[in-house]
Write a protein that binds this ligand. Sequence first.
Ligand code: BG6
Length: 335
Amino acid sequence: MVGRSKKPSAIPVPIPTPAPLVETSEDGSRVTATLPTGDSVEVLLYGATVISWKTANGQENLFVSSKAALDGSKAVRGGIPVVFPIFGPPPKTGPLSALSQHGFARTTRWEFLGKSSVEAMSHPSPTSPSTAAADLSDTTSPSVKLDFGLSASMLKDEERKAFPYQFGLTYSVTLAAGSLETVMHVQNQGETAFGFQVLMHTYLKVSDINQISLTGLSSTSYIDKVLSSTTHTSSSTPLTLTSETDRIYTSVPADLSHPVTVHQGQTPIFEIIRDGLTDVVTWNPWEEKAKGIRDFGPEGGWREMVCVEPGEVSKGVTVEGGDAWEGGQVVRSLL
Ligand code: BG6
């Protein structure tokens, strides 16, 4: 055999980057996405409710009541229910009075519109749109976006009568390493303008409410629902929760330099960045009220949650015929 003095050099074979895995459950009730990093999210089509968000270390970041109904019989007590088109109890009179508390978005089955993945890039793209999410996204690891849709034709007759507009909602849930983004896009497909309130009712899981404080809400006007919806101005110190808390912080600047940060003792554990959502509701029912909420569990579970809910609720939003509106949040798990 004649030896070859120069062997041809090997052609480099690109190593495929593992792709995010997106699966629909066998019964078609939920969609899960898992990143190669181990981060995962689970969304129930009923309400397009995010019911689990785990970061790579396996840590669950959302509180879901042990008594929550996940069978589509009622709004999920926990995770991230979507509030639209009304926040709180319906008005006493007028067509909207026929809607139930927090509106129909959290109690209607949405359609899964599909996924789109963003591959890992070594450098952030300078051409990214300048949304909070784009600015925050970690482009060195892949992310996956799940889109869900809801339109007027999917409502019950009485709901369509109460909210008689041609609207289309697209709710996008994007999972990236260490963060979860939820964005609502509201399209007015008709000719008549309509108004709405919208909110992302995020139940964050904490280990002990007594150690929790929130920064980013100081020196801000808020409506205290526990004190007969009177208006107050928050102090300059972080918010600690020591009893039932139900406040709407109004007009909190919604940009990257105004995150709301949740601290456990001295350690920041979550950061919430809002885009176009200028109100922030903080809620914890505390012991007595939690006992009266039938689907709240386990006993004492209120100690393990704090709701930080970005939305547009104090003034609401009006969208003209043919126009659209968008707002969202990015929640980063810092542990
Ligand atoms: C909060 C409201 O957003 O949601 C509270 O500010 C309300 O007033 C809470 O109690 C829970 O609402 P629900 O309808 O899910 O029990």
